[in-house]
Design a protein around this ligand. Sequence first.
Ligand SMILES: *[C@@H]1O[C@H](CO)[C@@H](O)[C@H](O)[C@H]1NC(C)=O
Ligand SMILES: *[C@@H]1O[C@H](CO)[C@@H](O)[C@H](O)[C@H]1NC(C)=O
Length: 312
Amino acid sequence: MFYNTGIFVTIYLGVLTIVAGVSHNKIQIRRGEPATLMCYFQDIDARESIRWKSKDGLLTSGLVVYKHPSNLEVQKPTQHDWNLIIKKVDDTFAGEYTCETSNEKVIARYLLEIVDAPRIIPERSSAFHEEFQEGSTREMKCYFSGVPTPKVRWYRGSMDAVDTRITGEILRLPDVTRYASDTYICEGENDVGSLNYTIDLQVNFPVEVDVMNEVILASVGDQPSLVCVVQGQPIKPISAYWADKNGIRIETAWQFIVTTEQEEGIPVKFITATFKAGTLGKHDFGNYTCVGAGNNGEAKKVTQLVERQPWA
Ligand SMILES: *[C@@H]1O[C@H](CO)[C@@H](O)[C@H](O)[C@H]1NC(C)=O
Ligand SMILES: *[C@@H]1O[C@H](CO)[C@@H](O)[C@H](O)[C@H]1NC(C)=O
């Protein structure tokens, strides 16, 4: 029986050294995969046998397996082959192998290296979603396991991610600003493969309030709009509203139409209160306050609604 071709995943990196005319091949095998070490010899004489040796000593002689019997096998696709099969490679199989005759004539030498594709180490890396406070100095981390040790590269953005040209396991964010909120990708790469890990960063900051106009001039019967911009992160729990000059929250009713606009993913709310036609009376002039209140405190700003004087 001949082993299926999947077994020949062996990557020959080339000849390292030539010892007594025998090339010393470096072979890289992924942890957990099978390895085939080939040994071909024609001039065998009847009293000789072909042996495999490693750092563990004598492994096989002819078809007899002395060590790791459940994991090692000698296969002979032809009468001149004595291929050593390691069915499942683990770290203990790393090292040198020689195929030789019982007279110690070396036929083949190998250096077996165990390699492994990058895999994220979750307990040492940042979470999928991280929240930092604005102004703090923080780090995002990506640690990958793998052999050879993966190199880490950072990208920023969800669509059309940009290569930041920053490398290494740690991405330092000194004095982080709200504008750093984004999707970050760290890529771990080694000879075997590469893997991306995505971190969603949200930079939190206290609620801020601004008004579109500090003073609005209007006449009785006009329909002025009070417009307010409320920012803060997290934006969800922030309640934002206009209050009249008595401090009472303005709702959509007979006098006002109140709308709140917020774009998905942007930590800003617009609150607009507009007088309905014919409802603005003399006693409505005065100070209107926009209030933003959330986990991170409260902020206010005033718009003065001033009656336009006929001579102005
Ligand atoms: C990782 O993400 C970057 C940026 O989007 C991309 O260029 C790269 O091909 C990705 N690598 C893998 C292994 O998906
Ligand atoms: C209205 O607001 C302005 C600006 O904040 C302030 O100077 C003024 O004293 C306020 N007037 C009243 C009646 O509260």
